[in-house]
Each structure stands twice: as structure tokens, then as C-alpha cells.
Design a protein around this ligand. Structure first.
Ligand SMILES: [Cu+2]
Length: 93
């Protein structure tokens, strides 16, 4: 079940909104300078996706630079949770 979500663009951060998906609890997805994406869950915790679409681990407290040059700090490390969301997306369920 795919559901279109409106991706809020907060604070000038570039949000990824190229395709619609079941948000799976993700509030927004932010592109980073190195080509990876940080997905922010509704509770504020984050999960990392590398440029190849794979979920990767990042230590909490690490800083990341967004595509438009802003610095954000990693909160949480939701690899398992993000895996479930991305996997569901691939299955299209
Ligand atoms: Cu990160």
C-alpha cells in the first residue's frame, strides 16, 4: 500500500521527495553531501541509507553535512527500523 506523503521542508533543508512511499514512520529524508540519505523518524531518531540504497550504521552524535551545507547531528541509529521500512518499499506492499 503506497501512500503519498507531503514531505515538509523545514529550515531550508533539502528534502527528498522524488517518489511517494508508505512513510513507515519517517517524517523526512534529507540528502547529504556524500550522496547518502538520513531518514528522520517521527520521534526524532535517525537512520542512514548509503548512496546505493543500503541501510548503514552511524554512531549517535556524529555530524553530517547536508547537500546544501548545513550540519546536523546524528540522533539514534535506527538500522533495523529503517531496514523494515525500505524493505517494505521494495516489495511495494
Ligand atoms: Cu547519520
Amino acid at each position: 500500500m503506497l501512500k503519498k506523503i507531503a514531505v515538509a521542508i523545514a529550515g531550508g533543508v533539502v528534502a527528498v521527495s522524488a517518489f511517494a512511499w508508505d512513510d513507515g514512520g519517517i517524517e523526512k529524508s534529507i540528502e547529504l553531501k556524500d550522496g547518502s540519505t538520513v531518514h528522520v523518524f517521527k520521534d526524532g531518531k535517525m537512520g542512514m541509507e548509503n548512496p546505493y540504497g543500503l541501510v548503514t550504521s552511524m554512531d549517535e552524535g556524529q555530524t553530517m553535512v547536508t547537500k546544501d551545507g548545513q550540519t546536523i547531528v546524528m540522533k539514534g541509529n535506527e538500522t533495523a527500523r529503517l531496514n523494515i521500512v525500505l524493505y517494505r518499499q521494495y516489495r511495494g506492499s
